[in-house]
Design a protein around this ligand. Structure first.
Ligand code: ADP
Ligand code: MG
Length: 359
């Protein structure tokens, strides 16, 4: 359905897309992941004809998009795009937002358009908001209306550019649920997202973009569990872990705990795990004597559900867990009660405590 050949895009000296080649089949759900600035949005905008590439070609159903003889409005109608910032018409009601396109561009009559709009609003769970205006809706509701509006144009391909990144964390799941529901309808989708669990669950294929290329491409299992190339490995590892640095005794414990708590939320870890981690942070830091250079890192290994907490501190070798020193230390007892395993090592001038959190 979509074939991309040698696509490149430069902005002056800046080469954003170097050489993109791929084929996307009908009904496929593609997630695009990668560090920011690697051209993910640029690629989507080229697909949607919002951007003219510097070289290469995109074929949609064998029609070359950038050929001068191509009927651009007609091809564009096959595609709908959902943006980060909903872009609803503020002066129109929800219903009118959904019907204006079909009436003006698809030539539908009002009755037909209204009927379809109400159907779609039910699909995204907003049937009761038909007569509301965008500024009466929450961010998550606006984005769901934006998705319904896109569907009202009956596209064959839906493109999403980070559809949840402008939302409050509490509203992300309702939008993802709607996209998941559409995915079951068999429509072809290309989704740029940083929601990795979602990408892993919904996609038929994942593209990791870097260096102006689709740097690695595979099933979610391949990309998330067993990436082959160096940069993919680094990226996947990094998104699964959170590192916090301490450089003085005046560190902000609450900020560190807050960030770690968010990490737990993002990975849907239980309250118990979250509580264990909060205690571990406190106790591990209480054991430290030198606060000039400490790294705390929390990693979640999706494969076996294990959670690793690592504390590395620069300084002279001191086994902070040595029981002969700390026999009655309440902190050590607490750590032991909250961890499956605790290991101490001294490597390259750093004391490292490696804990596996009880789940
Ligand atoms: P991503 O979506 O992966 O974060 P983008 O496609 O938005 O990346 O941007 C890739 C690079 O291209 C960035 O360095 C960005 O600053 C640059 N860029 C994007 N659009 C333009 C533009 N219209 N003019 C100049 N530079 C741009
Ligand atoms: Mg982007």
């Amino acid at each position: 359905m979509i074939r991309v050949e040698g696509l490149s895009k430069h902005y002056g000296e800046l080469i954003v897309l170097k050489d993109i080649n791929t084929v996307i089949n009908k009904g496929e759900i593609i997630s695009i992941i990668g560090p920011s600035g690697t051209g993910k949005s640029t690629f989507l905008r080229c697909l949607n004809l919002l951007e003219t590439p510097s070289g290469g070609e995109i074929f949609i159903d064998e029609i070359p998009l950038f050929d001068k003889n191509t009927n651009v409005p007609k091809v564009r109608q096959k595609m709908g795009m959902v943006f980060q910032s909903f872009n609803l018409y503020a002066h129109l009601s929800v219903l009118e937002n959904l019907t204006i396109g079909p009436i003006k561009l698809l030539g539908k009559n009002r009755e037909e358009a209204n009927k379809k709009a109400i159907e779609l609003l039910s699909l995204v769970g907003l049937a009761e908001k038909v007569n509301s205006f965008p500024d009466e809706l929450s961010g998550g509701q606006k984005q769901r209306v934006a998705i319904a509006r896109c569907m009202a144009m009956e596209p064959e391909i839906l493109l999403f550019d980070e559809p949840t990144s402008a939302l409050d964390p509490t509203m992300v799941s309702e939008v993802l649920a709607v996209i998941r529901r559409l995915a079951r309808e068999g429509i072809t989708m290309v989704i740029v997202t940083h929601e990795m669990e979602f990408a892993a669950n919904i996609s038929s294929r994942v593209f990791y973009m870097d260096e102006g290329l689709i740097y690695e491409d595979g099933t979610p299992e391949q990309i998330f569990e067993n990436p082959q190339k160096e940069k993919t490995k680094t990226f996947i590892h990094r998104i699964r872990s959170l590192v916090q640095h301490i450089s003085s005794k005046e560190y902000d414990l609450y900020a560190i705990q807050g960030d770690m708590e968010q990490f737990c939320e993002k990975h849907m870890l239980s309250k118990k795990v979250n509580d264990n981690i909060m205690l571990i942070i406190e106790e591990v830091l209480t054991l430290q004597t030198d606060f000039s250079d400490i790294d705390l890192s929390l990693s979640y290994h999706e494969k076996d559900g294990s959670i690793e907490f690592l504390c590395e501190s620069t300084g002279i070798e001191s086994n902070l867990l040595d029981e002969t020193i700390w026999e009655d230390n309440i902190g050590i007892l607490i750590l032991k009660s909250r961890c499956k395993s605790i290991e101490y090592r001294y490597i390259n001038g750093r004391n490292s405590i490696d804990l596996t959190v009880k789940v």
